[in-house]
Design a protein around this ligand. Structure first.
Ligand code: ADP
Ligand code: ZN
Length: 435
């Protein structure tokens, strides 16, 4: 395996030196945080100056920051620099309430770009690649984050943004695109509509896909790799921590290396707030270490994952996160049982007769909750008559029941008949009355 680094000394640094880097970063972030209205109030009685941070043990003295804290600080409650030094802001979509805002100085953007370049190099990308960026540009961080990192590496970037599948395919063919960045749902959408747009896999020169932005299973990765004949790498990030480039897979694809010179990673029990052991799933908490304009301390992401124990064959010492198992806020409680949509996806994607699209519906059936899983079947399995597929339906139902301990109702649908998603998929429709 050909392992390349952006900065081998930093990526393979020993853990005690990394501790020192993180301690200095935390002191910097606390100094910046104390300049903001939000943290000046929040840190009172906990930490009053960067000198209070003598080691990483002092992290515990800092209270957590939540999404609601960020919302309440809109628009400038967490701004540590003067406006004249800020060169960009990104806000979250705000579809679930008041938006949140993250500001960047030029130095912040340079650091983000450096992390994205590092991530691309870690996955084996080089300046010879041709990169089609199929994530939305603009406020959404996926587009611009990858764009600048790829340009810094000297890659030819085709900034298509999301959607317009026919044009995406045409450009992929015309410019012999080797790398793409898209949500897993969009990769599936492209694969399933390729024929109707007049293309086939042999028209392309694709080598790698960066897939992220939404939870997906190992089976989904494999399916994408097989469909396109490529390597697919998991890319993880969130706008509160810049966007993409927080954690990324290296060529070994053994989990997401968190760039720990730029972020402190904690994995906690969401109830008690205590650290969980390596290998145990908990809520991911991040602290920025280098951001000047909007420092964020101990941010509760609501994403659930575990630290993968042991070291990666690539030699990087930055710890690895497992795939995101779900979010504390996407857990469905169905007749008292906890179900994560990712559990359902994992089962569906390993059934070969299942296509690439599904929906999860939760409704009320009298006093009880009802779970319906709608599944598109694979075009190779569909011969025009859905009534032939009773056995398959039972197989899926049994597999789901064994995994989630709930008996779902399974509906099979023709290929291409369920809603398609160009960006983050919204596959769960919960129509129960919320109290
Ligand atoms: P929003 O929170 O408004 O959707 P973001 O673009 O910041 O905006 O989304 C970040 C979230 O997307 C993460 O917190 C996580 O839940 C999800 N996400 C991003 N990348 C991945 C990935 N590779 N695997 C699983 N979930 C991901
Ligand atoms: Zn590695």
């Amino acid at each position: 395996m050909n392992v390349c680094y952006q900065n081998k000394d930093l990526e393979c640094v020993n853990r005690s030196s990394l501790d020192s880097i993180q301690t200095a970063g935390l002191q910097f972030s606390v100094a910046q945080a104390l300049k903001t209205k939000f943290y000046a109030a929040r840190l009172k009685g906990h930490v009053s100056s960067p000198e209070d941070i003598r080691s990483l043990n002092d992290l515990k003295r800092i209270p957590f920051t939540t999404k609601d804290d960020l919302r309440e600080s809109y628009t400038d409650g967490i701004l540590a620099t003067e406006f004249k030094h800020v060169v960009r802001l990104h806000t979250s979509s705000g579809t679930t309430g008041v938006p949140t805002v993250i500001y960047h100085t030029q130095k912040d953007l340079n650091n983000w770009t450096e992390l994205m370049e590092r991530s691309l190099i870690a996955s084996g990308a080089t300046c010879e690649d041709i990169f089609q960026n199929m994530m939305t540009y603009g406020m959404f961080t996926g587009g611009l984050g990858f764009h600048y990192g790829a340009e810094k590496l000297g890659i030819l970037v085709i900034p298509t943004g999301s959607g317009n599948t026919k044009r995406q395919l045409q450009l992929m063919k015309d410019f012999k695109t080797t790398l793409v960045h898209a949500t897993p749902s969009y990769m599936f959408h492209m694969a399933s509509t390729m024929n109707e747009h007049g293309f086939s896999m042999k028209d392309f020169n694709l080598k790698k896909a960066y897939i992220g932005g939404e939870p997906h299973s190992e089976n989904t990765r494999k399916k994408i790799e097989e469909l396109f004949g490529i390597e697919a790498y998991n890319s993880f990030g969130l706008s509160e921590m810049n966007g993409p480039g927080v954690a990324f897979e290296c060529v070994y694809k053994t989990g997401l290396h968190v760039w720990e010179d730029s972020y402190i990673l904690e994995v906690i029990d969401p109830q008690s707030g205590e650290l969980v052991k390596d290998g145990e799933i908990g809520e991911i908490v991040f602290t920025t270490l280098r951001r000047e304009a909007t420092p964020i301390l101990r941010y509760r992401t609501r994403d659930l994952a575990s630290v993968i124990p042991g070291v990666c064959p690539c030699g990087r010492t930055h710890r690895r996160l497992s795939r995101i198992a779900g979010r504390t806020d996407d857990m469905l409680i169905i007749n008292g049982a906890n179900v994560f949509p990712s559990q359902i996806e994992q089962i569906l994607m390993k059934v070969p007769e299942v296509g690439t699209n599904y929906m999860i519906l939760v409704s009320k059936d009298g006093a009880l909750d009802k779970l319906t899983v709608q599944v598109e079947i694979h075009s190779k399995t569909f011969h025009g008559d859905m009534s032939e597929l009773g056995v398959l339906k039972h197989k899926i139902k049994d597999e789901l029941k064994a995994s989630i301990m709930i008996n779902p109702s399974v509906e099979l649908h023709e290929p291409g008949s369920l809603p398609q998603f160009e960006m983050k998929a919204k596959r769960v429709v919960d129509s129960r009355i919320k109290i």
